[in-house]
Design a protein around this ligand. Sequence first.
Ligand code: MEV
Length: 437
Amino acid sequence: MNNAVAGFSKLSKKEKINWIAKEYFSTPEEALTIIRNYWNSDEKLQQLHDEFIENTITNLYIPLGVAPNFLINGNYKTIPMAIEESSVVAAASKAAKFWSTRGGFKTTIINTEKIGQVHFNFNGDAEKLQSFFQEIKPKFFTETQSITKNMQERGGGILDIQLKDKRNLLENYFQLHAAFETKDSMGANFINSCLEQFASTLKEQFEDSHLFSPDDKLEVIMSILSNYVPHCLVRAEVSCPIEDLQEKHIPNPQKFAERFVQAVQIAEIEPFRAVTHNKGIMNGVDAVVLATGNDFRAIEAGVHAYASKNGQYASLSHAKIENGIFTFWLEIPLALGTVGGLTSLHPLVKLCLEILQKPSATELMEITAVAGLAQNFAALRSLTTTGIQEGHMKMHLNNIINQFEATEEERHLIKTHFKKTTVTHSAVVEFIENLRK
Ligand code: MEV
């Protein structure tokens, strides 16, 4: 079957949906019903969502949950989390509660610098290019003044611009490497606008310069921010005397702390484990990033690049036992914003930011890092004690029950039975089938 279509983006929403339903479904009406069921009944709200992207046909819901009782630097926070994985919010809440009676989470902003680059080719004398750059450097600042004015009033702007010679990696390749402070905005538009102006300034000044010979050519390849932000870092930490770790599931806190520290050490030296370990951290991080309308792909790319900064992919978190004190911490780059973008457009994002008491970008970095650390703690605690399947399968039970569209009575019987019996997918399915015989 040839499913190609010309001029799709010019079709109306109704025409697009009809085309999808007819083209891909043997029962188009059923497909149309599903698509329409997920439309918002408030037409204005639906239109808002339609216009976020192109060719919108409907909305894909992801649950928005909250994890309360996060004691962060002495203040309690309830953290909104948008995530589809069943055990994540429960694990976050459990970890929050556990640490709330053991001093809570402590955070530090290490720095908040963002990076953007103009990538260009130059075939002439690099020393001449360097003196040309030094001569015209002030122009990069003056010619971006209309873009930077508001940001400067908020305490941000362009921090520095450097010329980098990268010819050892690629023939004729140079960069303008610029650092920015974007305060409460993520700053992508601001940075990209500055960079495009830098590129124009560079080209114009080069053409007007008498320093170069007619054979010298400068060609801008592209101008774009970097999602690698190793100097936009936050640290989150928990610590307590080892004996304070004791609770129902941790009868021997010394043994627990030692196993926990070793589990982290494994992730520090073994990439196969490190990836899964960090995935657990990102369960918490992404859920907050998504709930607060930030770009989770940018965060993911930046965080994983940071995890490889020493040449091998490694754990983002660390743990130690020193003088009878257990300490567990992580340090991650998080370029987040609390103004601009979706934060002012999406009603639920606004609501989430209200739940977080309208945080600044740095406060959101702290909260997000804490969610990551809490998630990592919960995962390692399960992995080094009971294993994770027990908790996961309990949450999975709900999904299976929903999948089978169980009645209230069936739901009660299933839940009662599996309180005492191990949950496996096949055991639940068999139990439901027996009930229905
Ligand atoms: C599952 O989403 C996350 C874990 O695999 C993380 C980990 O192994 O540390 C439980």
